[in-house]
Design a protein around this ligand. Structure first.
Ligand SMILES: Cc1cc2nc3c(=O)[nH]c(=O)nc-3n(C[C@H](O)[C@H](O)[C@H](O)COP(=O)(O)OP(=O)(O)OC[C@H]3O[C@@H](n4cnc5c(N)ncnc54)[C@H](O)[C@@H]3O)c2cc1C
Length: 445
């Protein structure tokens, strides 16, 4: 019973949420312990509390985004990033509410907005808030503002360090709750841990990766404008992964440049000496894959992700729903299952544009012969002679193919965001239990 509780998703969620709340609120409670705060009125204290909780929540974002394996392995990068976005927005509104409340209950504080005449502690607050506003605006509206991903990522780190650093500088400058030395040390250490995580993620980890390079062995063209990039570890054993997981790939440049891209491994997970990625030419980086020469150096940071059949060893079978390049994690799951002689039933519902576009079509046919695997191709533009499924993967189509005893299977979806939403909703309408549906989004930012 105890071990069941320890491993149930709800218990894990409660554990992390409990820890999160504790870490966010504890530094504030510590400020209130001793000496007791002077009576400044409820609204003033409430506004200050919002500022402190906002600051602590911001500092914790560095932990959420540091790719810490233990945290990541509980949920996967998708949920972690959603949590990061949500809690950052909550922190943003708390930080904004802090001065707004003060301006209302103590109108004389409004003169602190006069940047040239305000004391430096108020200037730090203004600059920190502006950094936070820029952070939120450039993240929510990155695409409409046409900010390319790489510069956005660098500015995101710089602005968050500035927002937290200036916010803490403001709190230390006000020196009301943080007047005592040990309280200053406590909050200062929190900021230092956050800064250390930035240095670790941006410098130390990439430097460690330079010690474990890979070499490109092959670049093989596939159907559907996709290339299989094959890597071999050079001077080390590579890494073990679970089928369906992904890694961050850096190609032909040092990992310290932080120009890395996430890709799901498409190869057999039990062969760490040869790792393959199926990469679709969609943008600046992915369009260069076809020109990569064998012998090019590469670096991998991984494995990451929880989108894997290995987490469900007791499932009676699997339903995989892929759209386009979303086939890569499924390829890894099926290739690994074939090698492991897994005799459980697999159903693959695979949406492509045309018959000729079906990435890994021949490889999948070969897997059909080795596994209890049924493949349902769904074509958007089928040939005239096509008698199979066509159009969209909707509720009716799923109902025709997924097993009668739906709850005995685990379901994996990887496709374009719209298709994933539709399939998720359709599975839900068909009575598939929510915890048995797993999704991998290829668009993190
Ligand atoms: C978990 C995961 C697994 C993935 N697996 C595969 C796969 O197996 N095969 C495949 O072809 N694609 C995969 N992708 C998508 C792939 O990472 C992006 O297509 C690629 O990074 C786009 O880079 P680009 O410079 O070619 O395109 P761009 O035109 O520069 O970018 C297109 C969009 O891709 C996203 N993007 C760009 N650069 C990055 C980056 N460094 N990190 C994260 N997102 C970025 C941004 O949202 C951007 O707007 C995966 C993505 C994720 C998150």
């Amino acid at each position: 019973m105890r071990s069941l509780l320890m491993h149930s998703p709800i218990a894990i969620a409660l554990f992390w949420i409990g820890n999160y709340l504790l870490i966010t609120l504890l530094p504030l409670f510590v400020l209130l312990i001793y000496p007791p705060p002077g009576a400044r009125g409820f609204w003033v204290d409430f506004s200050v509390a919002l500022g402190f909780i906002g600051l602590a929540t911001m500092a914790l974002q560095f932990v959420l985004t540091a790719r810490i394996n233990r945290i990541e392995a509980s949920y996967g990068v998708d949920i972690l990033l959603q949590f990061h976005r949500l809690t950052s927005l909550v922190a943003f509104f708390m930080v904004l509410l802090h001065p707004v409340m003060l301006f209302v209950v103590q109108p004389e504080t409004r003169q602190l907005l006069n940047f040239l005449e305000a004391p430096w502690r108020a200037r730090l607050a203004i600059l920190g808030t502006l950094a936070f506003v820029a952070l939120v605006v450039t993240t929510i509206w990155r695409k409409p503002l046409r900010i390319p991903y790489e510069p956005w990522r660098t500015s995101h780190t710089v602005l968050s360090v500035l927002a937290v650093g200036l916010g803490l500088g403001h709190a230390l400058g006000v020196s009301n709750y943080l007047a005592l030395f040990w309280k200053r040390m406590l909050w200062g250490s929190m900021a230092l841990i956050a800064l250390w995580l930035v240095v670790y993620v941006r410098l130390i980890k990439p430097w460690m990766m330079t010690k474990k390079p890979y070499l490109v062995e092959d670049v093989i063209p596939q159907r559907g404008n996709v290339w299989t990039l094959t890597l071999r570890p050079w001077g080390h054993d590579g890494f073990r992964f679970q089928p369906g997981q992904f890694a961050w790939l850096t190609l032909d440049i040092t990992p310290l440049s932080m120009r890395e891209h996430p890709f799901s491994m498409s190869s057999n997970a039990d062969h760490s000496g040869r790792i393959e990625f199926g990469i679709k030419a969609l943008g600046d980086f992915t369009s260069t894959i076809e020109t990569v020469k064998p012998g090019t150096k590469a670096y991998l940071d991984g494995p990451y992700g929880v989108f894997t059949v290995d987490r469900y060893g007791d499932a009676a079978g699997f339903v995989l729903v892929a759209g386009g390049i979303g086939i890569t994690p499924m390829m890894s799951m099926l290739a690994t299952a074939a090698e492991r002689k897994d005799d459980r039933p697999y159903l693959l519902i695979y949406a492509s544009k045309t018959w000729d576009d079906i990435t890994f079509r021949e490889e999948l046919e070969a897997l059909e012969a080795q596994l209890d695997l049924k493949i349902v191709h769904v074509l958007k533009e089928p040939p005239e002679t096509w008698s199979g499924e066509q159009g969209y993967v909707d509720k009716a189509l799923l109902d025709r193919h997924i097993p009668k005893y739906k709850a005995t299977r685990q379901y994996f979806i990887c496709a374009a965001p719209k298709m994933m939403d539709q399939v998720e909703r359709a599975l839900h309408d068909l009575g598939v239990p929510v915890p048995q549906v797993h999704m991998e989004h290829f668009n993190l930012a």
